[in-house]
Ligand binder design. Structure first.
Ligand code: ADP
Ligand code: GLC
Length: 486
């Protein structure tokens, strides 16, 4: 029995992506689809999806639909199409009043309704399609009301009698907290008492919290993060609710889509390589340096960074450590990212001060991200917290040594290199302190200067396998736990 899965997400690569949620939504659903499961993905028809040239077609019986959220009335319709390179069906909720906006996330007054409408529309379209999902799979705060709605507003429908809900938390730091007035938009009626009453009394409603409470299963994207978010230090205020779920909170490390991220086949690169032939990596390194105007000798450590520039990613540590290191002259940096302006300004300033050793691209570039992954010697990811992190796993495959802090998925995917026995796949430090990052970078520079160790480290890294064939199977195990074997 293949599973029928209703998968609702705010991001889907490459159509609508701000971070790893998009990569994971795509790779996990493709894995399930290939396995033979009937997966239906619902996402908003954002302006950038409309502009992507997909040419989706209207679903005939899902036109001229209406939804009322509190005092707001919306009209929407559903388009369907397949993502580039796949025949997996995507269903787009086309509601221009909410989604015809320049960015994926809006920070406008209607942000709560943008994703509540997505969640409810997905459930209502499922009803109209007569699609009885075994699993309702929601992701992050955006769709976290799904489980509660399933247990209340839509519970009358026999179609959902056997449906069990999964909420995957990709980042507990984003919770979708809105004013309590939004509660009426859920349309729960008599079931409103199921909402967190103290929060409402305090004037707010926390979307993610309700997913954590009411999903039949909560997953998050690495085993270490699953443990961490049960502590006050990492739980962002929700640790008590997470602890209360006991063994219904499970950590599953994300996988890597090696069709997208493999140096042997990567179409973005000027040269290709694999573990047995690293000449191509040296060629990409040279091409990258030339492209961005850096002069890096073979001996200097070329450090790469591709990141959302937010405090989660440990940028404050870089601010404290990188200037002196670059000044010293034994490393160079190529960084791409967008985010908080203070961080963007830091990298822009560093590039201005050291034009031959630091390059910064303020923006988002898929192509440059691939060049950096392939051309750099080491990849910097000293996150304060990291639910999973994908770039460190891409780096492993590209022989680009990850320098990471031991937290979340970084702890689960990178093993510290030991000079004593030559084991390990990267450089790992513990404390979230500038001195620890300085130590890690010094260790990287030192190892890089010892070719026997460095080659061993690179070879160890490139041997790692974090494919979705392994990780996806763990989701299937959890589906089986909820609804029985496939
Ligand atoms: P997060 O989801 O917290 O941002 P992840 O490591 O899980 O972190 O995923 C980040 C994804 O976004 C990776 O695929 C990474 O390559 C991509 N990414 C982030 N910033 C940029 C950028 N400026 N340009 C291109 N890709 C980026
Ligand atoms: C979030 C996390 C990141 C994770 C990604 C995909 O954005 O910050 O660590 O890899 O989701 O699950």
């Amino acid at each position: 029995m293949p599973y029928r899965v209703l998968f609702i997400t705010a991001e889907y690569a490459p159509l609508a992506k701000t971070g790893g949620l998009a990569d994971v939504s795509t790779a996990l659903t493709r894995y399930l689809h290939r396995r033979g499961d009937d997966v239906r993905v619902f996402m908003p028809y954002y302006r950038q999806v409309a502009d992507a040239g997909l040419a989706p077609w209207p679903v005939e019986f899902l036109q001229d639909l209406e939804m009322t959220l509190g005092e707001h009335h919306y009209r929407y319709r559903v388009l369907t199409g397949t993502a580039p390179g796949s025949d997996l069906p995507l269903y787009f909720i086309d509601c221009p009043a909410l989604y015809d906006h320049p960015a994926i996330y809006a920070e406008t007054d209607d942000e709560a309704r943008r994703f509540l409408l997505l969640t409810r529309a997905a459930l209502e379209c499922t009803q109209r399609m007569g699609f009885a999902p075994h699993i309702l799979h929601c992701n992050d705060w955006h769709t976290a009301f799904g489980p509660l709605l399933l247990k209340t507003t839509y519970a009358w429908d026999q179609l959902f009698a056997a449906t069990r809900s999964v909420l995957t938390i990709h980042n507990v730091g984003y919770q979708g907290v809105f004013g309590a007035a939004h509660a009426t938009e859920l349309g729960l009626g008599d079931a409103s008492w199921l909402l967190h009453q103290e929060d409402l009394a305090a004037g707010r409603i926390n979307t993610l919290l309700h997913g954590i409470r009411y999903a039949d299963l909560v997953t998050t994207v690495s085993p270490t993060y699953a443990r961490e978010i049960c502590t006050p230090e990492y739980g962002a205020g929700l640790d008590g609710f997470l602890r209360a779920r006991g063994d219904r909170l499970v950590g599953i490390l994300n996988g890597v889509d090696y069709e997208e991220w493999d140096p042997a086949t990567d179409p973005y690169l000027p040269a290709r390589f694999d573990a047995a032939n690293l000449a191509g990596k040296a060629a990409v390194r040279r091409a990258l340096a030339a492209r961005v105007g850096l002069s890096v000798s073979d001996g200097a450590l070329l450090i790469g960074l591709v990141s959302r520039l937010v405090s989660q990613k440990g940028i404050d540590l870089m601010v404290a450590v990188l200037p002196e290191l670059v000044r010293r002259g034994d490393c160079a940096l190529v960084a791409i990212g967008t985010g908080e302006s203070r961080y963007e300004d830091f990298f822009a300033g560093l590039a201005l001060e050291f034009p031959a050793r630091v390059f910064f691209h303020r923006g988002y570039s898929e192509e440059l991200a691939h060049w950096v992954e392939a051309g750099a010697d080491a990849f910097l990811m000293p996150s304060q917290y990291e639910p999973c992190g994908l770039n460190q796993m891409y780096s492993l495959r590209y022989g680009t040594v990850p320098i990471v802090r031991r937290t979340g998925g970084l702890a689960d995917s990178v093993l510290h290199y030991s000079r004593d026995d030559g084991t390990g796949t990267g450089i790992v430090f513990d404390q979230y302190e500038a001195a620890s990052l300085r130590w890690a970078l010094d260790y990287a520079i030192r190892l890089h200067g010892e070719p026997a160790h460095w080659s061993r480290l690179v070879a160890n890294a490139m041997r790692q396998d974090y494919s979705w064939t392994r990780q996806g199977a763990l989701y299937v195990d959890q589906y089986a736990r909820l609804v029985g074997p496939a």
